[in-house]
Design a protein around this ligand. Structure first.
Ligand SMILES: Cc1cc2nc3c(=O)[nH]c(=O)nc-3n(C[C@H](O)[C@H](O)[C@H](O)COP(=O)(O)OP(=O)(O)OC[C@H]3O[C@@H](n4cnc5c(N)ncnc54)[C@H](O)[C@@H]3O)c2cc1C
Length: 392
């Protein structure tokens, strides 16, 4: 039986593991952390990744611990005027066959881990930091910091934006600071009045900054991410704490509902980190090694699709390995079928940053009047089915 080694137990690595185990492969996941877990933040799951989660039988669990927002609304930063809306209610489910969910990242990861462990309780090894690997004609040997090693037929680098596997396949690749730093906070809904609690995904756009606010748990936990232009940056870490007062100043003059959310955040739980752009690459596989998720195509979060792409990758990679008996041909088939779509999402996410930060209300109004985001995203983004798309 083909044995597949996966470096990284995040959303991408765990989805790939579940899809591969489901397809009958032998799988070993190696995660550097002592415990599996995610940072306290939300993630939106549109129909494209939801079809994979449906295939794995996880939609009901996720729907129970997450929220089904009624719409995705682009709003003016100060007045709250709705500039454009993508409906996410019953019509979305009728059209796509699966709901749009917003969930806590920890709930998504826990659900994926449970799915992997139900298929093989011993599939995941913790405290295992992969340091290098050697690929030869008959397999791949993965080496760990503690001197240990593992041998398999295929190696998947699902090890995120600072991927060791990516560095070995692609060498140094370009990284550009976008000019944005991103805040994240979580606020329990009971601290807000009913009018201040969102039941939609809100993308509030304004000169030089934008804020994304949506609920992630049925008991009303609210997630806010706020991207603000800063000339300099020093930290790309999701866990870098910053003074609450700086966030308050950054969003001065914004709508009262945004003020209420910032005012009710725990003052010592405000995080801010630099947003970097990494342009798409033209390959990410060798004869026996490949990448997925952020290791393959790191993206800005301005379409909320980084995790979605990682989930799609896991499903398409498992299908390619089923379709082609030869490992090299399978990895090539996977890469061929993922390069264009993921590059499009990465490039459009970067372009959205400029649109969301236009310098005046008139410019923002005009830009949103010229684009039908609902039609665009329905046509190619949400309608993609990783479980049935023809691989060639
Ligand atoms: C502000 C923000 C909002 C976002 N919102 C959304 C959203 O709404 N929807 C969406 O789809 N996406 C969203 N994303 C993107 C999404 O979070 C990422 O694309 C996704 O988490 C990538 O998953 P991954 O598994 O590829 O990488 P990661 O989650 O980074 O996982 C990599 C794993 O590999 C492990 N690892 C690393 N190196 C090693 C090693 N040498 N040995 C062993 N283990 C190792 C790490 O510990 C980690 O567990 C957002 C991102 C940001 C920044």
């Amino acid at each position: 039986m083909t044995k597949i080694l996966i470096v990284g137990g995040g959303i991408g690595g765990m989805t790939a593991a579940a899809c591969l185990l489901h397809a009958g492969f032998e799988v070993a996941v190696f995660e550097q952390a002592a415990e599996l877990g995610e940072v306290g933040a939300g993630i939106q799951l549109s129909a494209n990744p939801m079809r994979v989660l449906h295939h794995l039988g996880l939609v009901e669990t996720l729907a129970r611990c997450g929220v089904r927002p009624t719409a995705y609304q682009f709003k003016m930063f100060d007045t709250g005027e709705v500039l454009q809306e993508i409906p996410l209610g019953e019509g979305y489910v009728e059209r796509h066959g699966v709901p749009y969910l917003s969930v806590h990242r920890a709930d998504l990861l826990d659900t994926l881990i449970a799915a992997v462990r139900a298929l093989n309780p011993d599939a995941v090894t913790l405290n295992a930091t992969a340091s290098s690997y050697v690929e030869d004609e008959s397999g791949v040997t993965l080496h760990f910091n503690d001197g240990g090693e593992a041998r398999g037929d295929v190696l998947i680098g699902a090890d995120g934006i600072k991927s060791m596997v990516r560095a070995k396949i692609l060498g140094e690749t370009a990284v550009h600071y976008t000019g944005d730093q991103s805040w994240r906070i979580l606020v329990p809904a009971e601290r807000l009045t009913p009018e201040q609690r969102p039941d939609t995904v809100n993308i509030c756009v304004g000169p030089g900054k934008h804020g994304v606010v949506y609920p992630i748990r049925p008991d009303g936990l609210i997630n806010m991410v706020g991207c603000v232009e800063y000339e300099t940056w020093d930290d790309e870490s999701w866990t870098a704490r910053r003074p609450w007062a700086e966030m308050k100043t950054d969003f001065a003059g914004w709508h009262e509902n945004i003020q209420a959310i910032i005012d009710n955040a725990d003052k010592d739980q405000c995080f801010r980190w630099a947003m970097n752009n990494r342009p798409p690459v033209d390959h990410w596989s060798t004869a026996r090694t490949t990448l997925l998720g952020d290791a393959a195509h790191p993206t800005l979060p301005y379409m909320a699709q980084g995790g979605g792409m990682a989930i799609e990758d896991g499903a398409v990679l498992a299908r390619a390995l089923q379709q082609e008996a030869d490992v090299g041909a399978a990895l090539d088939l996977y890469q061929r079928n993922r390069l264009d779509r993921t590059a499009r999402i990465v490039n459009e996410s970067s372009a959205n940053r400029n649109m969301f930060h236009l310098p005046s209300e008139a410019a923002l109004r005009q830009a949103f009047a010229q684009r039908d985001m609902n039609a665009e995203r329905t046509a190619w983004l949400f309608s993609y089915d990783p479980m049935t798309v023809e691989l060639r």
